[in-house]
Ligand binder design. Sequence first.
Ligand code: PLP
Length: 488
Amino acid sequence: MASFDSSAILGRLAALREADAPTHGGRVLSYVYDSGLPEIDELAAAAVRLVQPVNGLDPTTFTSVAVMEREVLGFARELLHGGDDVVGTVTSGGTESCLLAVKTARDAWRAAGGRGVPRIVAPVTVHAAFHKAAEYFGLDLDLVPVDPATARVDVDLLASRLDPDVALVVVSAPSYPYGTLDPVEEVAAACEEAGVALHVDACIGGWILPFWRAADGSALPAWDFRVPGVVSVSADLHKFGYAPKGASVLLQRGRDRQRLQYFATTAWPGYPVVNPTLLGSKSAGALAASWAIIQALGARGLAELADSCRRSTRTLADIVADIEGLRVLGDPTGPLIAVAADDAVAADRRVDPHHWADRARRRGWLLQLQPGLTQQDGTHLPHTTHLTITPVTHDRLDELEAALRASAEEARGVPPVDPRAALSALPPGLGERPLDSDTAAAVLAAVGIGGDGLPEDQAPLLALIEALPRDLVERLLVELLARIVEPA
Ligand SMILES: *Cc1c(COP(=O)(O)O)cnc(C)c1O
């Protein structure tokens, strides 16, 4: 065994980590979910370490995996008001839960006699994981426009699309882009009438909405297994379950339906394969951490953290409403808000939310820029800046408020980025044929992106994303990300 210098190796890793965006302390208002409780992080780390060598592939060999999974699912089922017929799986994250909900729905639709290409119907605000699922599993995705002012979907419009080729309807509790709690009961009633399955994507809300109250203090409308017609719910442990990345729950109503989620084969000369999830060999680390955190926090601890998030969200929404030129989009439910320019004020008093986010970034606050989108019916959803609020936000509210106000002062009256200059730098004929990798890299360079990663200001990049044809911009983004990990 060659000797090695672990302190040098880990020293380099620590130096690399220094360059990361801060995962703790509330300066990054997306991606990370800091409970603000270091003892919870320590507990999670110890649990990960205890199962580090385990293979989660086989819960009959590594029986700890089965016990932990059963207990996590039991807790989740109670939280989401599932009965004895609700069963589930711990997956590696929200995307995997969504993928598996769609795969199950496709197979159930086929088993019921469906032929051809099935369809998923969902409000346009549904998470991109369902775009991915449709692409991976060969379904069409039928996106129902939402009202650009309220971000709510028209239930009658959605219901009018429920034909026999629909394998699954998906609604969100709440949606990631705008925090909209979709009208689950109304959609579920329409689905029951049409005989179509309904999935509730509670990836971001599943572990916090059970403890949430509306702004007036009243209970939220039912959005979980209390609603007849809801056949599956996804809820991410690695968001408001405060677990390390790699854990989500997918619960399904009905054992027979849920068994369709599995892949099993004995048609090879190796071990019999029986997988509920996409992976084969897999870590039990995030499961063990989730299991430990659930016991440490319990419903009471989760409720306290939810309460902190609710108060901070309320305060931040009030602050945004008070900043001239900005507004909160729609009527969000849960710990997230999307901020748009306030078109009710004159252009020279308006604040472009992307310039605002870039100014906040210079102050050390990372908000998430979201592009605008033209919907199927031609209406336009404005571009926004997204904030996810976590328990640590509370301790930084004053600092954050100051940064948000100062950033708005700087950005007020600055018009949104006009992408025409960047577009004119692009070679003509672009998008007429598939781009090869070198051309894509050259195009990125022509608009000043690539090489050393992203430019400091992101508003110009988002303006390009909005202005370029979708296929083209998706190809360019693939090139950008692919080159980041290419060895020198
Ligand atoms: C985060 C999220 C997902 C996808 O989850 P990942 O854990 O990032 O894979 C799906 N739906 C919603 C509503 C989400 O917020």
